[in-house]
Design a protein. Structure first.
Ligand SMILES: C[S@@+](CC[C@H](N)C(=O)[O-])C[C@H]1O[C@@H](n2cnc3c(N)ncnc32)[C@H](O)[C@@H]1O
Length: 417
């Protein structure tokens, strides 16, 4: 398969990677060191999402991004673990910033991001020997464990801008995986993601007043559209309409995985931002005050937890035969961001397929990326996709995602999707 083809399959499986390009454009707006250089190397001069937005919306978004980025860098330095595992690393200059301070940096992200970004950072870094990138899917434990196998010290795992894109089953898988990494390596997990909605509202309100909240709705719609995720919420993300109940839900979720957390106020750890030069003194004061009510979460193992075992999942495998316009597939293990492009490529490398029949007897898990690929295939064959021998945990996910039961253990995709 050509490189262009491979890129297109990866991009259609994981459109969410585009959100990371928007983030680095916003970082350049905020004049975060090296962001502009990265954009030049990415040859990403224009950003569709930002072009469609007015200047206040872009400014509001750039403040959110800079506040998160610089506060997270501060916290990584404050906690002092010498290895930062950035999951997901996106296209940010964090690797350059941290390695200048003698930290080791491990950037983990989807294959489409890592393949493009690793050579760029390695060409810009003064100390590339301290940097490593690995292709992972955060819901896939094996990929994470393999990436960190040679690390023998505690980790500072950082997650910025990812958890809100996951469904309930995915968020549960990611938290379980991070707990297992902390069990294995020690260290902590730092993330501003649970309070991302709060951070947006408090930022926009403090800078532009109540009237600009409509701009937030347009930001939210654009993010939903770009990531192809229906609603940016799950039980890890605080609901700004009901902070106390959603805080309890997130606490219970972490507790169920043997984790505990502490909330650190942005206002107490955020350095001066370069974007302040675009604000009035009154706006800066309001903003700093608002950041007293918004937090980064420091998540660690709860010493009172009971030890949990990660359920062993079979490695992915796929077999296909084409028989009178029917493509018969058998899938094994996990259909996720890493394996789903292989299924799409297998379908697209054959012509004239009317129907796809997939034996799922050995399929253990399916993520949103896997489901997106099945939708794509379904759209492009006249008789659609049928899944059979589906186990109960995969069936539970399918039933929430626009598939309907077409017989005992047999599932079909609705043609309306
Ligand atoms: C909004 S960007 C944030 C990137 C970066 N942390 C930043 O602050 O700019 C979201 C990132 O999540 C990554 N991502 C989405 N789903 C993922 C998954 N299942 N596993 C690993 N990374 C994922 C995307 O590729 C993208 O880089």
């Amino acid at each position: 398969m050509s490189n262009d083809n491979n890129y297109s399959v990866q991009a259609r499986t994981n459109p969410i990677f585009l959100t990371a390009k928007t983030a680095v454009h916003l970082m350049a707006q905020a004049e975060i060191p090296d962001a502009e250089k990265i954009l030049r190397c990415l040859k990403s001069e224009e950003n569709q999402l930002l072009q469609g937005s007015d200047s206040d919306t872009i400014l509001g978004n750039a403040i959110v991004v800079e506040a998160k980025y610089r506060t997270m860098c501060r916290l990584i330095e404050k906690f002092g673990y010498r290895t930062c595992v950035d999951l997901p690393c996106g296209y940010t200059p964090k690797a350059l910033h941290l390695t200048e301070k003698n930290f080791r940096f491990i950037g983990l992200d989807l294959p489409i991001v890592v393949r493009e970004f690793a050579p760029i950072i390695n060409s810009l870094a003064a100390r590339p020997n301290l940097i490593k990138f690995c292709e992972v899917d955060a819901t896939n434990y094996e990929s994470l464990e393999t990436a960190l196998r040679d690390i023998d010290e505690p980790l500072c795992i950082t997650t910025e801008g990812m958890m809100m894109y996951f469904s309930e089953s995915e968020v549960d898988a990611v938290i379980s995986n991070i707990r297992a990494l902390l069990e294995m390596h020690g260290g902590c997990w730092i993330t501003p993601d649970p309070e991302v909605k709060l951070q947006f509202i408090l930022t926009f309100r403090s800078i532009f007043g109540e009237s600009s909240l409509a701009k937030l709705t347009s930001t939210n719609n654009a993010a939903t559209q770009q990531s192809n995720v229906e609603n940016l919420s799950n039980s890890f993300i605080l609901d700004t309409e009901n902070i106390s109940d959603s805080l309890k839900a997130a606490e219970n979720l972490l507790k169920s995985h043997g984790l505990k957390f502490e909330r650190l106020k942005f206002a107490e750890h955020m350095p001066e931002l370069s974007i302040y030069r675009k604000l009035t003194p009154a706006q800066i004061l309001n903003f700093k005050d608002a950041m007293r009510n918004c937090h980064c979460w420091i998540i660690t193992l709860d010493e009172t937890r009971t030890l949990q075992e990660n359920v062993a999942i079979k490695p992915f495998a796929m077999s296909c035969t084409l028989d009178d316009k029917i493509l018969r597939m058998k899938l094994r293990g996990r259909l996720d961001s890493i394996s789903a492009p292989k299924v799409l490529t297998a379908f697209e490398s054959e012509n004239n397929i009317a129907e796809v029949k997939i034996d799922c007897s050995e399929l253990d898990y399916i993520s949103s990326a896997g489901i997106r690929v099945l939708f794509d295939i379904n759209k492009n064959c006249s008789d659609g996709v049928i899944l059979f021998n589906v186990n109960s945990s995969v069936a539970k996910i399918l039933s929430q995602k626009g598939f309907f039961e077409a017989g005992v253990n047999k599932w079909k995709l609705s043609k309306n999707f």
